[in-house]
Structures are given as C-alpha cells and as structure tokens.
Ligand binder design. Structure first.
Ligand SMILES: [Zn+2]
Length: 201
C-alpha cells in the first residue's frame, strides 16, 4: 500500500463507517478481497492515524438534551487563546475554528442553569467581541465530517520532521506497526531515535 487511498481502502472504510463492529471476515466477503488483506489495510490505516477509533453512535434526542449552536466572534490574534479555553468544556461537543476569526460551538446540555453560567463565562472573556446563539430544533443529518469520496487522498506528516509526505515517502515496519517518513534521511534518523528510546526504556 502506498500513501494514497485506493479503491479497496475506500471500500473498507465505507463498510466501517456504516458498521464499526463489522468483522474483517464480513467486510472481506462484502467487498470481495481476502480477510488478511482487510486486516492488513485496517492495521495500516490505524497506524497512520486515519482510523482514529470506534465508538457507539447515540441518539441525542433520546437523551433529552438541548443543543445550541454558538457563533463567536474573536479578535484575530486571540483565536487560539479563546478556543483553548473552550475545548475542554464538557458541554462543548463540537468546536470549529472558522475563517474571519470566528468559532462555531455545538453545545449540548440538560441543565439550564449550567448553560446560563457557561454563556455568562463566555461574555466575561475579553477576547470575545460578540456571540450569537441558535437553538437546534431538529438534526435531519448528522454525518461524520470525513467524507469518503472517490477523490479522497491522504495527508500524512513525516513522523520525524513533520513535513507532508508525498508519494515517494518511506514506510518502515517496526515492532509490527507502520511508521511513515518523508525520505531516506528522516527514515534513518527516526530509526536511530526509535532504537535509542527503546534501549533506554
Ligand atoms: Zn521527514
């Protein structure tokens, strides 16, 4: 497998996006490739960080919670400062940094008092220039942001230098995992660093 997704990868990912609990054997029979191929591809896509995990999809309405979209206008120089204050707040379920130095928050709550307190705390952050809130009435579509179109490519950063890897990158298999490097030099240095760390561990 190179660094670009091929049709087999995309088919596997589509199956997993539909049913994260599908077994490698089920997927193999559905898409017509061998079980070891499915297993190897999933392993590789997990190692490179494309597959971030598997989780249960819950029905938010059934939990009786209220969701609000908050649009926040921030001074351009303070975007990072502000989102770092909000990102760990449990009520904030989604956080997007938008163009024009705006943040978009999806907030879910049960407790009106806690929500009011949260809005008050926002109004006390001096870097916030203004905000609007809109309650979510219905959510007719809630799909993962990762869209698997046929054009889907891959952006992998070199594990050593952090630069984006182009097609001619180097893939090292160490201790049963794949490690992605941009070039021979980084591969050599990475391997040395890895061995050193392993020795000292
Ligand atoms: Zn590199």
């Amino acid at each position: 497998m190179g660094h670009n997704l091929d049709e087999v990868d995309r088919k596997i990912l589509r199956e997993l996006q539909t049913d994260g609990r599908a077994s490698f054997r089920d997927i193999s029979s559905r898409i017509g490739v061998s079980t070891p191929t499915v297993s190897a591809r999933v392993q590789a896509m997990t190692d490179m960080g494309l597959i971030k995990g598997y989780s249960a999809v819950l029905d938010a309405d059934m939990l009786g919670q209220v969701s609000v979209v908050i649009s926040v206008d921030v001074k351009p120089s303070d975007v990072e400062n502000v989102y770092s204050k909000l990102v760990d707040e449990e009520m904030v379920r989604q956080l997007f940094i938008l163009s024009d130095s705006r943040l978009m928050l999806m907030v879910s709550y049960y407790n009106q008092i806690k929500y009011k307190r949260f809005i008050e705390s926002l109004s006390q952050i001096p870097e916030i220039r203004g905000l609007t809130t809109s309650m979510v009435l219905k959510a007719p579509k809630e799909a993962q942001r990762a869209a698997l179109t046929d054009e889907a490519g891959l952006l992998i950063r070199c594990y050593y230098c952090g630069h984006l890897i182009h097609d001619e990158g180097v893939k090292l298999k160490i201790d049963g995992r794949y490690h992605y490097l941009c070039c021979g030099v980084c591969a050599k240095l990475y391997k040395e660093k890895y061995d050193k760390l392993k020795k000292s561990a």
